[in-house]
Write a protein that binds this ligand. Structure first.
Ligand code: ADP
Ligand code: 5GP
Length: 189
């Protein structure tokens, strides 16, 4: 993505509540070559959510950054703005973006070698249980479930790999294997 960093750009996408944040947090803990981008959002911090989960900003701050060309991609997701600041990873690190489908499409258009991993829940019922378990209000749960019906066909169509996040540990192993394989494929011989 940046001229001096030829590393992989790994996009982890999928519907809300599927487990993306959980997955990327564990992946970066386990793999020192991964660098997680921190997105900006205009939504409020959830109760219990880490203060550094996002850079929480006002709509004005977000719009100023759009005007300054400060985002690689950004979108409006269910009434809030979310965006990836221009990545500046340490040399040799692979960039990880945890973003929704519209953003994933934008990244693919900008960089066709980006690796798009699309994560699905084992069932809509399990996705609902995860959203509820995370503390999302009922109305938000319903909105995210409806949104998932739109997102999934698009995500599946543009993904390099589709992964079902049933057992978390198995998902992490599968993703680590995919990343290792893709790194190996792209290493100049
Ligand atoms: P997303 O980032 O996709 O919106 P989260 O990472 O916030 O989803 O996960 C939603 C909830 O589901 C969290 O409470 C998380 O602990 C839980 N979760 C994530 N992966 C799994 C899994 N494989 N099995 C059961 N619960 C999971
Ligand atoms: P949440 O409110 O659940 O944290 O995030 C809502 C959706 O926005 C999720 O699908 C999440 O992956 C996505 N998202 C988070 N950061 C970004 C970003 O920088 N850009 C885009 N396009 N989506 C993002």
């Amino acid at each position: 993505m940046s001229a001096n960093n030829p590393g992989l750009v790994i996009v982890v996408s999928g519907p809300g509540g599927v487990g993306k944040s959980t997955i990327v947090e564990k992946l970066v803990q386990r793999d020192a070559h991964l660098w997680l981008s921190r997105s900006w959002t205009t939504r409020e911090q959830r109760p219990g959510e880490a203060a550094d989960a996002y850079r929480f900003v006002t709509r004005q701050e977000f719009e100023d950054n759009i005007a300054a060309n400060g985002f690689l991609e950004w979108t409006d997701f269910l009434g809030n703005l979310y965006g990836t600041p221009m990545p500046n990873p340490p040399i040799g690190k692979d960039v990880v973006l945890e973003i929704e489908v519209d953003g994933a499409q934008q990244v693919k258009r900008l960089n066709e070698s980006a690796l798009l991993l699309f994560v699905l829940p084992p069932s809509r019922q399990e996705q609902k249980a995860r959203l509820r378990g995370r503390g999302d209000a009922d109305q938000k749960v319903e909105k995210r479930l409806r949104k998932a019906e739109e997102e999934e066909p698009v995500g599946k169509a543009i993904a390099d790999y589709v992964i079902i996040n049933d057992d978390l540990e198995s998902t992490l192993e599968e993703l680590s294997r995919i990343i290792a394989y893709e790194r190996n494929q792209r290493t100049p011989r």
